[in-house]
Write a protein of this length. Structure first.
Length: 372
């Protein structure tokens, strides 16, 4: 149970992340019906506006858990077969032998072999920073660019495969979740964003969660500062950004309280049924965007050291912002944290991010938040 001592520890651990170099961050930790909320640092470097724990935030790939849940709800309704080839539903988007071999399940757990489209968006559209060919100026150039989902999917589908369909370890790829968005649109007759809103967000009673209507976050929020490995110095505010480049893969806006509420409902069986929840927790090895092999389920992945409780959840990054949500397997302990700086690590001569005090401070906060 959360107690006064733990409140002190949580506040201190959060403050240490700010002192390590994050402009501002905020979090919520729940133990049963006991709740701690905290914030440290500033939401706006220019004005000194303090960070508060009730702000909206771009949650990045935490969106994937919502999208996966929406797909599973359609599977429960009989409109999607998880083990059917995606080419049955979307023959034009994933054509030929790959469309016949890649199943819906492989898209959700990143074992489809479809490549990440982001590296291919630079040569085609000069849209995103590429360490080998450009600097971070393309982020600014494309702040308001509206991307077409099917064009991005095409980049991932026509790129050299990351592996054979169903092969492990899989490769974490946003292409998979853009295809899932197209699948939801195909079987429901509405956009993926509207489907997720109707079947997941509203079903869970989340009032502060939704997809952006434009490049701005309309509700009170923190500025999001992108460093791009020290190449943007000082870090630049990218809280205003067209998010069509990730859509149902990573564009959701939420609060730490709503995220904790959603993951609690999910693990309680109130979003998808027990059988679907069990499917979500069946994991396979997947190579993350950081190059690490993790266990990944259907929009969820576990964390926890040997002999420790298992937590389920998801992390996410956008330009300037990061989010992590974790919930203990019994559903009683929950943690959501949001930061307003990204890619703070500078690179060594070989292009590998160097350790930074922020990394250790965040890891310690996660430990205190999850284990007390």
């Amino acid at each position: 149970m959360t107690n006064a001592l733990e409140h002190t520890e949580l506040n201190a651990a959060l403050e240490n992340v700010h002192r390590a170099g994050i402009p501002g961050l905020f979090a919520e930790v729940c133990e049963g019906d006991k709740v701690w909320r905290g914030a440290a640092g500033v939401a706006d470097l220019a004005t000194g506006r303090p960070m508060t724990p009730d702000l909206r935030h771009r949650v990045g790939s935490v969106t994937k858990t919502f999208t996966a849940a929406a797909v599973l709800r359609q599977a429960e309704a009989g409109r999607i077969d998880l083990d059917a080839p995606v080419g049955r539903y979307l023959p034009a988007l994933v054509p030929g032998e790959r469309g016949d071999a890649i199943t819906v399940r492989m898209l959700i757990n990143h074992t489809s072999g479809l490549a990440e489209y982001l590296p291919y968006a630079y040569p085609s559209l000069r849209a995103f920073p590429d360490l080998a060919r450009t600097g971070p100026e393309s982020l600014e150039d494309h702040r308001f660019t509206r991307f077409e989902r099917d064009e991005l999917i095409g980049m991932g589908v026509t790129a050299p495969p990351a592996g054979p369909p169903g092969g492990t370890p899989g490769l974490y790829s946003n292409t998979n979740y853009l295809v899932l968005g197209a699948l939801l649109e195909k079987v429901t007759g509405t956009t993926a964003e509207r489907c997720v809103t109707r079947d997941v967000i509203r079903r869970t009673g989340l009032h502060d969660t939704g997809f952006p209507a434009g490049p701005e976050i309309r509700e009170p929020h923190a500025r999001l500062y992108e460093s791009w490995f020290g190449m943007i110095d000082p870090p630049r505010d990218h809280s205003v950004q067209d998010m069509s480049w990730v859509g149902p893969a990573a564009s959701l806006i939420s609060t730490v309280s709503d995220l904790n509420r959603f993951f609690a409902a999910l693990l309680a069986g109130d979003v998808v049924g027990p059988a679907s929840l069990e499917e979500m927790r069946r994991t396979v090895p997947v190579v993350s965007q950081e190059g690490k092999v993790i266990d990944y389920g259907l929009g969820l992945h576990p964390v926890g050291g040997p002999g420790e409780d298992t937590f389920w959840g998801h992390g996410g990054t956008v330009w300037g912002g990061g989010t992590l949500v974790m919930i203990r397997e019994d559903g009683k302990r929950r943690m959501a944290v949001a930061v307003n700086l990204q890619r703070w690590n500078r690179l060594d001569a070989s292009g590998v991010p160097r350790p930074h005090p922020i990394d250790a401070a965040l890891e310690e906060f996660h430990r205190v938040a999850m284990y007390g």
